[in-house]
Each structure stands twice: as C-alpha cells, then as structure tokens.
Design a protein. Structure first.
Length: 382
C-alpha cells in the first residue's frame, strides 16, 4: 500500500480551494484505489469532517501554519518546506501532491497550480506575489519536473508564459464539484413545482475585482425593472480593500439596491438553495482557472450565462450562453432573452438536470480515477 500525502494549507477566504479538496476527497472516498492510502496534511482538520473511510486519514498539522522568521530561515537554508518534511517522515509518505517540491528531506512532490491569473492580470497582484508565483514555477522545474493543473487552458498558459520549462511534464486533473445528495434532491423538488415564488438571476462569486460584478450592474440599467440579480460571496478582496465599497456606492447611486441584491457570504445550503431556484446563473468573470461556480451550476442542470473565456468553453455546460465580459449590452441581451422565455426555460431545465445527474456520477468516478492514475504514474518513476 502506497501512502500519498495531500497537502491542504487553508488560508482565510480560500473558499474555492476548500471546495476543491472536499471534492477530491469525496471522489477518492467513494472510489478507493486498492494500492493507495491518503494522508491529508492540513492546518484545518475540522473542515474535513465528512466521516471518510479508513483509506483516507485526516491529519491535523499545526506546524504547517508556522510562518515564524526562524522557520522561514530554515526553509530557505535547506530549500525545503521543513514543516511538510516533518509530517512526511512521521507518516512515511511515498509521494505528496499539491505542495511545492523541496531539494531535501521530502519524498517526490507534485505542485498544483490552479491557474495563471497573475500572467493575464498582473496589475491585480503585488510585486511580491508575482515574484513568488514565478519562483514556484522555477522550483517545480528544478526539483520535480511535474506540474498538476486543473484545465487544458491552464496547461496552455503554462506553455505560453513559461517557455523555458518545456521539460516539465504537465498533468491535467479537471475537478468535479462536491454536491451533496440533498442539494440534488432539493433541485429536483424545485423543478417539479408548477410555479416558483419569483424569477431571478444568480451570481455566486466572491467580490474580487476580476470577478467583474460591475458589468452585471451596467447590464441591469438596460433591462426592465422587474429583472433582478441575487449575489452571494465574500465581500473581502485583500488585493483591493475599497472595491466592495465602491461597488455598493455605485449601486446605490444608480438606484439598483432592489435589483442587484448583495447577500454577502452565506452558508453553503443557502447558496445551493438560491442556485436551485434561480432562473439562470451568471459568471461574468474576467478570468477563471476551472470555475467552481460553473461546475456546480452545470451539474445541477442550470442555465448559465458566461463570460467568453477559453476555460469556460472548456467546461462546456449544456445550453450555455457566452458574452464578452467587457460588453454589458451583450449580457443584457442574453438575460432579456432568457427572461422572455422563462416559462419554456423552466421546462428545459428539467431535461438538463436529468442528464446532469448522470454526468455528475460518471465524472466523479473519472475524477478519482484520473488522480489515482497520475499518482500511480509518478510512483513508477521514483
């Protein structure tokens, strides 16, 4: 039995990352590999309380969050994450995924790069962040030669922006979201209703600048007053602290408080409830790696209006409508068309949902099998 470490260092506000790992562990829990055992090394073991089967071990690793100057100096000196090395040795791990490889003390380690937003939108990052991400790619090339990615779009970006690292072998692992059975049952219940309380569009993105909420505000100005958008997501953008204040002020000045409704961060069951009831979901983002919003919408059979990004095309939700993220008129036209056909759209949602449930089951199995195949291939090269 090979022991595989999965490194999960949770930072505040990292909701997409948390959902990613919950999805991965859920798939590995449902579809075990006869020769692999998993050790989740995390500073937040309380998040992973799903009652996993014995082949998944959740390890509370308090030292992983230690960023003291002494620890940083030791990591720089040995060119290795000595905190991670401690736990790897303690649990006799054969391989680690989702962590920066080290030069010493660590077993073979594969880094996960969710996306290359910093290459597309460098103005949103500090110089230190840009330098840190580039250094991560340098360490991957020097110490591992393997890189885990979430989309073919990200793989293309890596080849484009880091041509010097052509020797790095990339492994694309598209994740499938963690959707509980009760969420699917509720969606089924909503679809079976002859009428809904009200029709609305749903935008479940964090309020970061690149999520591009502003284009939806501009689109609403061009639409009938009965059309509204419900928004959920964290209001904090650590890269632009005044962004949410400016957005809310503009909404107020335009008199759209009753049409662009900001609920902020809500519990997951509330989020999934809103998604189930929504006429359609909007993701107007200027950049994505492999959007959790799109995946959750896709596998609950929702109509989706998407910014025209390569990765959104790759995610390929059924009946999706694409628009330029800089064009509020195009977004308004898409929303109006769906609104005018909302009775028929509710009927089409039934067939989409039926197929989506089949796809979710099939692709969850593929998600687990792909990760396990990547791990097996890497172990053979050791």
């Amino acid at each position: 039995m090979k022991k595989i470490g999965i490194c999960v260092i949770v930072n505040e506000g990292w909701f997409g990352g948390i959902n990613y790992f919950l999805s991965l562990l859920s798939a590995l829990n449902q579809y075990p590999h006869p020769e692999q055992e998993y050790y989740v090394l995390t500073n937040r073991s309380d998040i992973f309380n799903q009652g996993y089967r014995p082949h998944i071990n959740i390890i509370q690793c308090d030292y992983l969050a230690d960023n003291s100057e002494r620890i940083r100096k030791l990591c720089r000196h040995f060119k290795t994450n000595i905190k991670l090395a401690y736990y790897a040795r303690r649990h006799k791990l054969d391989l680690i995924t989702h962590a920066i490889p080290g030069k010493r003390f660590l077993p073979p380690t594969v880094y996960w790069m969710p996306d290359f937003q910093h290459c597309h939108l460098p103005a949103l990052f500090s110089e230190a962040e840009l330098r840190g991400r580039d250094q991560s790619m340098e360490m991957v090339a020097e110490r591992s030669g393997h890189l885990l990615l979430s989309s073919e779009s990200a793989e293309s970006d890596f080849r484009r922006f880091y041509p010097a690292y052509q020797s790095v072998q990339t492994h694309v692992l598209r994740f499938v979201p963690y959707i509980q059975e009760e969420d699917l049952a509720y969606q089924q219940q909503v679809l079976e209703q002859s009428q809904v309380e009200e029709d609305f569009f749903y935008l479940p993105n964090q309020f970061w600048v690149h999520k591009n909420h502003a284009v939806v505000v501009d689109a609403l100005l061009q639409l009938p007053p009965e059309i509204k958008v419900m928004c959920t997501g964290s209001l904090n953008d650590y890269r632009n602290a005044v962004h949410i204040e400016q957005l809310l002020q503009r909404i107020k000045e335009l008199g759209l408080e009753e049409r662009f409704i900001v609920l902020g961060l809500v519990e997951r069951d509330k989020m999934m409830s809103l998604m189930a009831q929504a006429l359609a979901v909007i993701n107007p983002s200027l950049f994505e790696g492999w959007s959790t919003t799109v995946e959750e919408s896709k596998y609950t059979g929702k109509k989706i209006i998407l910014s025209d990004l390569a990765v959104h095309r790759e995610q390929a939700p059924a009946d999706a409508v694409y628009f330029s993220p800089q064009d509020p008129s195009a977004l308004a036209a898409a929303m109006l068309h769906i609104w005018q056909e909302r009775n028929d759209e509710r009927q089409r949602a039934v067939s989409r949902f039926t197929q989506a449930r089949i796809n979710l089951a099939d692709n969850r199995a593929l998600f687990a099998e792909k990760y396990q195949a990547i791990v097996s291939a890497l172990l053979q090269q050791v």
